[in-house]
Design a protein around this ligand. Structure first.
Ligand SMILES: [Zn+2]
Ligand SMILES: [Zn+2]
Length: 552
């Protein structure tokens, strides 16, 4: 058991997504966040990517709780998988827990879960630590940085944050408290690196409201359809305010949008005049200029409301030439292509489309270099590990930390699976734990790398089935070699290659039979190798080859 504090990074270091780490002292463990990541387009059939939880599951008796920094899916989306194995209390703001509760209610096989709500600046005993919840501004309300009071000093985890001086709810990042912690002495800072490459400061969320109001005012005759993240309650507030200002009724569309709006109104985090609200079915009763639709789908998700509107198959309402669509968002890397398709389809319907490339209709939730510098200056940590970012973001954030006066030995760029130990004097690398990508395919469950690689080959080169039969009595072919292909050549050439393939496999089988090979498995391998050789060398193709030779 380590004497000081041990931190194990299980996800989010080297990628945007699946954030998860564990802090451990005196043999007891507290987990921070359990998020998911969405797959890249070439991960065929993969629906979600989780952290590898094996290290935690093996130590489940020593885990005292999971602390949520905020309610985004990259921090909460894998809870349903982790809690199934490690059922411990969940700590977080009422909103973060509310979002998590929605998702967990859909999951099966979970026991009773204990939700423990925390308030801003509350300090709570969780396992071996006093944990303090420091308010920060982000693209979801009620986000927290965490201060762990440990045996080796204070560890500050920034959560996802920006320094917004004019947030919609007036709840600013508590710079005073962060400075006080810095005064007290911070042993380790772990901080958000998402925008570490970007100079300057991230725009305030309220600047988006200014743009929205102008766009609404300029279009008194047009219906407005605004898409944004369903968790972005402050954005939704500003859209609703712009609608109210311009005398429009508001219809919320999309399951997560409706659920989140309901929860946020209940928690008094979203204020909408009930008189402004209408159902989707009622939209047709109003002139276009009297309506504002707020919906999901700003990332081009194929099943979302916006994608369905773009294809003309949404329930109760369709868009046309009298509509202006505002994408109040910025595509997450990897989603640009799907967002582009949706925008194309919307143009096909004759709508006007406005996005963040032409208007100031989005602001990031993550601080840029200026904000990161301010954080470092206030917290003045003894050591620093950049978190929450692609590898290049981590490297840029590490450089920034050194430029703020930290010695190179006190700045560690870690990746998923790395462990560090923090003593009262120093921080050092302590080992590695398994932390590969854990793929979830909704249809078949867990997936590992091998079937995924096969799916890639199937997608790129197709599949070839080679079959034949051999008579044991005569050691001769009892059926002709037959070749079937899928996703492969077409037209005349196809016939040539297939005939060539059949000849090649027949000759290889004849040679093997002459050498006395009479095992079905061995003959199948001979057929597979012969087919692979011919296709690879002669035709430069690497399809998945299935060969079956029966011995009768
Ligand atoms: Zn976030
Ligand atoms: Zn995040």
């Amino acid at each position: 058991m380590p004497k000081g504090l041990r931190v194990t990074f299980l996800g989010g270091l080297g990628e945007i997504g699946r954030n998860c780490m564990a802090l451990e002292q005196d043999g007891r463990i507290v987990v921070v966040d359990a998020g998911l990541m969405f797959p890249e387009p070439n991960m065929y059939g993969v629906d979600l990517i989780l952290p590898d939880f094996r290290w935690l599951v093996e130590r489940r008796d020593r885990v005292d709780g999971i602390v949520l920094t905020h309610g985004h899916e990259d921090h909460t989306g894998s809870l349903r998988y982790l809690l199934r194995e490690v059922n411990v209390p969940l700590y977080g703001s009422p909103l973060a827990l509310g979002f998590a509760r929605h998702r967990l209610a859909e999951a099966k096989g979970l026991g009773r879960i204990e939700f423990i709500e925390v308030a801003d600046l509350e300090r709570r005993r969780i396992g071996p630590f006093e944990v303090e919840f420091v308010p920060v501004t982000h693209s979801v309300p009620s986000a927290h940085a965490l201060a762990f009071h440990t045996s080796v000093g204070v560890v500050v985890h920034s959560g996802d944050f920006k320094l917004d001086a004019s947030p919609i709810d007036g709840r600013r990042t508590d710079l005073g408290r962060l400075a006080a912690l810095g005064e007290q002495g911070v042993a380790l800072l772990l901080a958000d690196s998402t925008n570490a490459e970007e100079p300057g400061y991230t725009a305030s969320e309220s600047s988006v409201g200014v743009a929205l109001r102008r766009l609404f005012l300029e279009r008194p005759e047009r219906r407005l359809v605004v898409a944004c993240f369903a968790s972005h309650i402050h954005r939704i507030q500003q859209i609703a305010d712009a609608a109210h200002l311009t005398g429009r009724r508001i219809a919320f569309m999309g399951r997560s949008m409706e659920a989140n709006v309901k929860l946020a109104r209940k928690l008094h985090l979203l204020r909408v005049d009930p008189a402004d609200l209408i159902d989707v079915e009622e939209i047709g009763r109003y002139a276009p200029g009297e309506v504002c639709v707020v919906c999901t789908g700003s990332q081009g998700e194929p099943l979302s409301v916006l994608a369905r509107l773009s294809r003309g198959d949404a329930r109760g309402f369709s868009v046309g030439a009298e509509d202006t669509i505002i994408l109040s968002s910025h595509p997450i890397p990897g989603n640009e292509w799907s967002v582009g398709r949706v925008i194309d389809d919307l143009h096909r319907e004759g709508t006007e489309v406005i996005d963040s490339s032409s208007e100031n209709v989005h602001a990031s939730g993550h601080g840029r270099q200026g904000e990161l510098r301010t954080l470092h200056q206030l917290v003045r940590p003894r050591a620093f590990v950049p978190i929450h970012g692609e590898y290049r973001h981590l490297v840029h954030h590490a450089e920034l930390a050194r430029s703020m006066g930290l010695a190179a030995k006190d700045v560690l760029v870690c990746e998923d699976g790395d462990q560090i130990e923090v003593s009262a004097k120093a921080v050092r690398r302590a080992g590695r734990v398994p932390a590969g990508l854990h793929y979830i395919d909704g249809a078949t469950g867990d997936l590992d790398e091998r079937p995924l690689e096969e799916r890639r080959m199937l997608a790129e080169y197709g599949v070839v089935l080679v079959s034949s039969a051999v008579a044991r009595a005569t050691a001769e072919l009892a059926a002709p070699v037959s070749v079937t292909t899928r996703g492969w050549f077409e037209g005349e050439r196809d016939g040539d290659v297939v005939a060539h393939l059949e000849r090649e496999v027949r000759d290889a089988l004849a040679d093997a039979l002459a050498e006395g090979v009479l095992e079905a498995d061995a003959l199948s391998k001979v057929a597979q190798r012969a087919a692979g050789r011919l296709l690879g060398q002669r035709y430069r193709r690497q399809p998945v080859i299935l060969a079956v030779v029966a011995v009768l």
